[in-house]
Design a protein around this ligand. Structure first.
Ligand SMILES: Nc1ncnc2c1ncn2[C@@H]1O[C@H](COP(=O)(O)OP(=O)(O)OP(=O)(O)O)[C@@H](O)[C@H]1O
Ligand SMILES: [Mg+2]
Length: 210
């Protein structure tokens, strides 16, 4: 899915936090979003994901305005992911359940993604009792499992140990390669951005400075 942004302005009370004339997130590519704390990265992701509609300007998805269908094809993994008070297995299975995937296929897919992310040992833990890093791993697995056309990632590896970062980066790349899903990833790690991204966008005080 391609995302085209034009004349986007976002205010919190009278403070302007985003001012973007034109920005295109290319279809099938991994785009990095970098910039200092408070530069508007999370705000931009929330707007693109449809969670925040309090802005002026337009955001188009493959040349369409946001609707229910588009909403179902994308997902945002937040900086502090929210997981259900159920087992990790059920948390990861959930996006397939709401999309009415049959039980047998659901099981296959959950097993496959847990193996890929090397998180089989977390299977029976309760979602809300996981550590910060464990939650991020499970949330990325839960996002990728339904093969979204647009995957929005807000600092997905900020709490992650080096070995697990490698696994998560590998799976983000695999997802993009195998499904041609578009990825927009916020990171403070410039080396990570270089490893993963086809293009890197820098935000500063709400403006794009490429
Ligand atoms: N709900 C809110 N109400 C008021 N101001 C807010 C709100 N959320 C964010 N802001 C402000 O908007 C600006 C942009 O915040 P945002 O969270 O988008 O930054 P960020 O680039 O994601 O920063 P970080 O790297 O720390 O995650 C900041 O100045 C922040 O204080
Ligand atoms: Mg942020």
């Amino acid at each position: 899915m391609k995302v085209s942004i034009s004349t986007l302005k976002k205010y919190y009370s009278d403070k302007q936090v985003l001012d973007i004339d034109n920005l295109c997130i290319e279809k099938g590519k991994i785009t990095g979003l970098i910039g200092p704390n408070g530069s508007g990265k999370t705000t931009l992701l929330r707007i693109i994901s449809g969670l925040d509609s309090d802005f002026t300007g337009t955001v188009k998805y493959d040349d369409h305005l946001l609707d229910k269908d588009i909403y179902k094809k994308m997902t945002l993994v937040t900086q502090k992911p929210y997981l259900f008070k159920r087992r990790v297995y059920e948390n990861i299975e959930y996006p397939l359940k709401v999309r009415r995937v049959n039980k047998k296929l659901r099981k296959e897919k959950v097993e496959e993604i847990m193996a890929r992310f090397e998180i089989e040992d977390l299977r029976n833990k309760k979602g809300h009792l996981l550590s910060g890093g464990e939650s991020q791993k499970v949330s990325l697995a839960r996002a990728i499992i339904f093969e979204p056309e647009l995957l929005l990632l807000d600092e997905p590896t900020s709490n992650i140990d080096p070995v697990s970062i490698k696994i998560m980066e590998r799976e983000i790349l695999n997802f993009n390669k195998e499904t041609k899903g578009t990825v927009l990833i916020v990171t403070h790690n410039i080396e990570q951005a270089k490893r993963l991204c086809h293009r890197i966008i820098r935000l500063d005080c709400g403006r794009v400075v490429e």
